[in-house]
Design a protein around this ligand. Structure first.
Ligand SMILES: CC(C)=CCC/C(C)=C/COP(=O)(O)O
Length: 296
């Protein structure tokens, strides 16, 4: 990426000029990225494209950067001089000189996310540092998979001999379907690729499951853990076990290299919120009978 050409500020520095130029000591200072560099006679004006009406934001045309001009492409000078003035450039031809604090923070978060996920992917393949633990992680992966949960909820619903049990299992079944639909929508919108070190050998995946954000296992683990803790009467050790299982499912996604840390973190958050939606849309037997009655 060509860097903006430092410009030499005139000795009579104007009050609005900031930055690059030789001060009294003759050394270069670097320009502030929040102000357009002073247009010295040597900086062709067509190189600096004003962005909108904001005078403080200049976008350097990457295709005609000074470095490129210095490489002697005289023709580009001729062609760019013809495009001087205010002709709007396609976005892909421009480089933003002053990324916002938010975009810098997000880029830094993404870099840390990718680095940490790579470091934690110790079970991503048999030859990895914790490759021997991969079979155990794949068992944890299956325990958080959608298909065993759907089959288990349907089986318990039909085997239950109490109306309350059937009601709870019916709503768990609806919750699992809701989770699959919402995760599929977010995956299809965000379309984040899975980590490069992932070996895509998961069983029974669906089309959008090739995408990484969010982790469907993490959303399911968080939602199902909340569901079981709220609707099953469990002794304290079992309640702790349910919570540990949910955390372990999420951790396994990163250890197996299936996801980045942010995919799992957002998955836990999304699954936690999904449970609130399940409670709000709770299906009682009376509602179910009336719905079935309307269909008949
Ligand atoms: C096909 C069905 C019923 C469920 C798919 C379950 C699955 C493979 C989800 C992907 O989970 P991650 O996003 O955590 O990899």
């Amino acid at each position: 990426m060509p860097s903006p050409k430092p410009v030499r500020a005139s000795s009579s520095r104007s009050s609005s000029t900031s930055g690059v130029g030789s001060g009294a000591s003759g050394r270069y200072e670097f320009m502030s990225l929040t102000r357009t560099p002073p247009l010295s006679p040597s900086t062709p004006s067509h190189l600096l494209q004003r962005q909108g009406s904001d005078p403080t934001t200049a976008r350097l045309r990457v295709s005609e950067s000074p470095n490129r001009l210095r490489r002697g492409s005289a023709s580009s000078t001729a062609s760019t001089s013809s495009t001087g003035g205010g002709q709007q450039l396609p976005e892909e031809d421009c480089m933003h000189l002053n990324p916002s604090v938010i975009s810098v923070a997000l880029s830094s978060l993404l870099a840390v996310d990718l680095w940490l996920s790579k470091r934690l992917g110790v079970c991503a393949y048999e030859e990895a540092s914790w490759g021997s633990a991969r079979p155990l992680m794949k068992l944890v992966e299956i325990s958080g998979h959608g298909i065993p949960w759907l089959i288990g909820a349907a089986y318990c619903m039909f085997k239950s001999d109490s109306a309350a049990g059937q009601e709870v299992m019916l709503n768990l079944l609806m919750a699992l379907v809701l989770d699959l639909v919402l995760v599929a929508i977010v995956k299809a919108v965000v379309r984040r690729r899975r980590p490069a070190h992932n070996r895509m050998d998961m069983f029974a995946t669906f089309s959008v499951d090739r995408y990484s954000f969010p982790s469907g296992h993490a959303t399911r683990a968080a939602m199902c853990a909340r569901f079981l803790l709220a609707h099953l009467v469990l002794a304290a050790p079992l309640r702790v076990l349910v919570m540990l299982w949910a955390v372990f499912v999420g951790l396994s996604r990163v250890l197996l290299g299936r996801h980045n840390v942010t995919d799992v973190a957002f998955g836990f958050f999304m699954g936690y919120c999904q449970y609130n939606l399940v409670e709000a849309l709770w299906l009682s037997p009376a509602m179910l009978h009336s719905m079935v009655g309307q269909l008949e």
